[in-house]
Design a protein around this ligand. Structure first.
Ligand SMILES: N[C@@H](CCC(=O)N[C@@H](CS)C(=O)NCC(=O)O)C(=O)O
Length: 240
């Protein structure tokens, strides 16, 4: 029996959810308020207090495990459910190391600036600088994509696509709503990014974890309202 502790709005939890869906792993979804630091939650999350947490409770040696952290969940399920559904990571050590580099990349070069751009006052110098940093990160990410694609590493979705998709979705929904920002479209780099985003959207992986699209967009916009006013939870500004 497997359980995903998740929060509907959390892009990190959505990574784990998408990975599990893509690998066709069955699990119980448990909606959790990670900010309510109950004794039970702190125990389940192994002291992290953060979603996602993926837990496997099987009999037998080496079978039961609790995995906090979205990227560690992707690594774990790829190993634990190898042969079930598509691989998330390549097997060759060099290609795997490269994939690990690129799943970490948004956490260093894109995500922190995305939150900073949302929290900085509209039209402020800090907001503009954050958007520029974020765009530089997006351009580097896009430049590293396989030229043919449509996915990051070629014709198949892998962990890099899954790790970034929830954030690409929030840039499109939230930054356009609150900061009238949209990712540039002209030039090869941005055409490649648009092709990637289209392919990810058409894959159904995002929509499969969002429920009804219109309601989801509305709920997400409401959820990020405090962030757009400089508030919201501080923790999500940290790198993945
Ligand atoms: N590095 C973590 C970040 C997870 C994270 O920030 N989750 C947020 C919700 S989006 C959370 O649970 N916050 C509760 C807290 O930090 O108190 C991951 O990749 O899983």
């Amino acid at each position: 029996m497997a359980t995903l502790y998740s929060a509907w709005y959390c892009p990190f939890a959505q990574r784990a959810w998408i990975g599990l869906a893509h690998k066709k792993v069955s699990f119980d979804y448990v909606e959790t308020d990670p900010y309510a630091k109950t004794v039970d939650w702190m125990r389940v999350s192994r002291g992290t207090g953060q979603v996602p947490v993926f837990q496997v409770q099987e009999e037998g040696p080496d079978a039961a495990v609790t995995v906090p952290d979205s990227l560690r969940v992707l690594e774990y399920i790829d190993e634990a459910f190898r042969g079930q559904g598509p691989d998330l990571f390549p097997r060759s050590p060099a290609a795997r190391a490269d994939t690990l580099y690129w799943i970490d990349f948004p956490g260093r070069k894109i995500i922190p600036y995305m939150y900073r751009a949302l929290k900085a006052p509209t039209g402020s110098a800090d907001g503009a600088a954050a958007l520029q940093e974020m765009e530089d990160g997006l351009a580097a990410f896009s430049t590293a994509m396989s030229p043919q694609g449509p996915f990051f590493s070629g014709s198949d979705i892998n962990a890099v696509d899954i790790a970034f998709a929830p954030f690409a979705s929030r840039i499109a929904i939230i930054l356009s709503h609150y900061r009238t920002y949209s990712v540039p479209l002209s030039g090869d780099v941005w055409q490649r990014y648009a092709k990637w985003l289209r392919a990810v959207q058409q894959s159904g992986l995002l929509s499969g974890t969002e429920g009804d699209r219109e309601t989801y967009v509305e709920r997400l916009v409401d959820f990020y309202l405090p962030y757009s006013n400089g508030g919201g939870q501080a923790d999500v500004t940290v790198a993945a």
